[in-house]
Design a protein around this ligand. Sequence first.
Ligand SMILES: [Mn+2]
Length: 340
Amino acid sequence: MSKELFFNNFNTFISQYKKVVIVSHVNPDGDAVGSTLAFYFFLLKFGIDVKVLIPNDYPSFLAWMPGISEILLYDKNPEKGAEYLNDADLICFLDFNSPSRTGLIHNDLCHCTKTPKILIDHHRDADLSQFVGYVSEIETSSTSELVAELIKYQGFDKYLDDNIATCLLVGIMTDTGSFTHSIFHPETFGICGELISTNVNYTLIHNKIYNTFSENRLRLLGFCISNRMTILNEYNTAYIYLSKKDLESFDYQVGDTEGVVNYPLMIDNVRMSVLITERQGMIRFSFRSKGDFSVHELSRKHFGGGGHTNAAGGTMNCTLDQAVDKFLEILPQYKTMLVK
Ligand SMILES: [Mn+2]
């Protein structure tokens, strides 16, 4: 069932199910949490027993969100997570499309081959054959915007409330960098206008997302830019690397490096920015770009990742030095695309 059909038949479709589990991706961001919680509140209105299952913890700047305590973090309670999935008669994939993006949940998900699944997502390369219904649009700001569209289609007057509006605004706001990128059509603003027409306090939501740094987090940002940022002018590229030790010295908390990768793009000629971080025995890459340079393609080819044209992630199993070397090694092949 494609988007049109899915929107049209949603009411009949969803009424077939009694126990629904909503799953999102590992290292959940504002859109992952916002879209799943909005969808959770929406499905509750159909009298459905809804569960939200996320592989691991969300960043602390989302801890205030309505419904957040309803989320089961799989890594904290895998038995209960497996139970949710076993009991479900419908599984919803939100803000990701490949089961491998669910981290530790992946294994249990593989046992649910018989359970029908739906997808609401804006990432590329979705294998739609595994879903009984899907909304898969890469030219949309966020999964939250797609959930907003779905709910709007069913009638905002009937279903929209302050909780749903808050969660959706968080998702759209964070995936667009506070409305600075990934806006492909005017409807993004249109739908946000409608979300703000509820009783939500937009400024308060914005402050809760962006202006609640700990002192350590802000000092870590300063350290990244002063001590760990290298500008490669010949490639219009900047990279920042952070060792486990660096993170520890700033008492790193989940989410503290969120957004760091965007800062080098503030430099006029920088077209690509990369944050390379050492995490529990693993290296994480975060890529951002300005304009048409696709970090999705670069990450997919060399770092086993992907995402969007201007924002992508990737990983490597090696030391931090090896990861930086690898990045520097592949960079020359992109020179003509980066320097125009
Ligand atoms: Mn998203």
